[in-house]
Design a protein around this ligand. Structure first.
Ligand code: DGY
Length: 327
């Protein structure tokens, strides 16, 4: 009697995903799974563990470049990023090695828009300042001038830079709050109206908005899109929110704009050179910072992990990836 052994494709999962997704993935009998820890792997561990694998599920903390693809070897067919952003991945190197890259668009729009709105309200209504004040145990009594901030619901203007899925989800929340919403998007024409939002030039948006919120990917063309020049174009006393990528903002220039009083506050979820955070940002009470948690909703993180797994399974089974990133 002869026995046949089926070789199952191997999947390297660089970091532990949610319990639900890990349980589902590890119960599968059609793949073997090599799972890392909750913390990011060291560079040497990443390169060693991807060697010989057919697929890899990675996050934005892993740099996926030529060295990675060489370490993986010729069997690697797909890299699934558990994020909608993919600036951690060298797409040219992937294409050169014939590896499909996927991301997780569409499943984190609501969570990211919610977090964006939480930061808008936190900075305009000085929520964190108020919390810190009470924790400082200073004597206090209600006062007409105490911690006064911007009324977003009194027709304040929200300028959305990047009117993709997340930008549009933010627009819907802002409209419900009574804000007037405008947007700038290099893929749309000025004067166009999308979901009730008027598209204007970036210059007009910066000059007219009480709050500017960024929802563009980090590309060579968007690196330091917000810099000394564009910050100077913002309305005096306005606010900046960044839940996109840290590299979109020149952080030194932002700190100067806060210190001069030109900007009244900022809400920042992503940092240039993460996980390092410029201590000068943290030292300013007018800047509210969160540790890149805009997509950190329980159901959202399940959906992100499942979409990454489904992309890998599709490619390993000879089907098109569900959400491929264009090369
Ligand atoms: C993304 O999906 O790109 C987010 O930044 C991860 O939270």
């Amino acid at each position: 009697m002869t026995t046949t052994t089926t070789i199952r494709p191997s999947v390297y999962v660089a970091r532990l995903l949610t319990d639900n997704v890990q349980r589902e993935l590890e119960a599968r009998e059609d793949v073997t799974v090599d799972v890392g820890q909750e913390a990011p792997p060291s560079r040497s561990e990443l390169l060693a563990r991807v060697a010989g694998k057919d697929a890899a599920i990675v996050t934005l903390t892993e740099r996926i470049d030529e060295e990675f693809f060489q370490a993986a070897g010729p069997g690697l067919t797909v890299v699934a990023n558990v994020a909608v952003g993919f600036d951690n991945i060298d797409r040219q190197a992937a294409e050169h090695h014939g590896v499909i890259v996927t991301n997780t668009p569409g499943v984190l729009d609501g969570a990211t828009a919610d977090h964006t709105f939480a930061l808008i309200l936190a900075v305009t209504r000085r929520i964190v300042e108020g919390d810190r004040f009470l924790h400082s145990d200073q004597p206090w009594i209600w006062g007409p001038r105490m911690l006064v901030g911007l009324d977003v619901s009194a027709g304040a203007v929200l300028g959305i830079v990047g009117l993709g899925r997340i930008g549009r989800a933010v627009a819907a929340r802002a409209a419900a709050f009574g804000m007037r919403v405008i947007a700038a998007d290099s893929t749309l024409s000025v004067g166009q109206v999308v979901d009730g939002v008027e598209v204007v030039s970036l210059e007009d948006l910066l000059a007219s908005s009480d709050v500017v919120t960024l929802h563009v990917p980090l590309l060579p063309s968007t690196r330091h899109l917000i810099n000394r020049r564009t910050l100077a174009q913002m309305r005096p006393g306005s606010y900046l929110i960044n839940c996109a990528r840290g590299g979109v903002v020149d952080e030194e220039a932002l700190i100067e704009a806060i210190d001069s009083g030109h900007l009244r506050g900022a809400g920042i979820d992503t940092f240039d050179g993460e996980p390092r955070v410029n201590p000068e940002l943290l030292a300013r009470p007018a800047i509210v910072c969160t540790p890149h948690t805009a997509s950190a909703g329980e159901a959202t993180r399940d959906r992100m992990g499942r979409l990454a797994v489904d992309n890998v399974l599709a490619v390993l089974n000879g089907r098109p990836a569900l959400t491929p990133v264009p090369a």
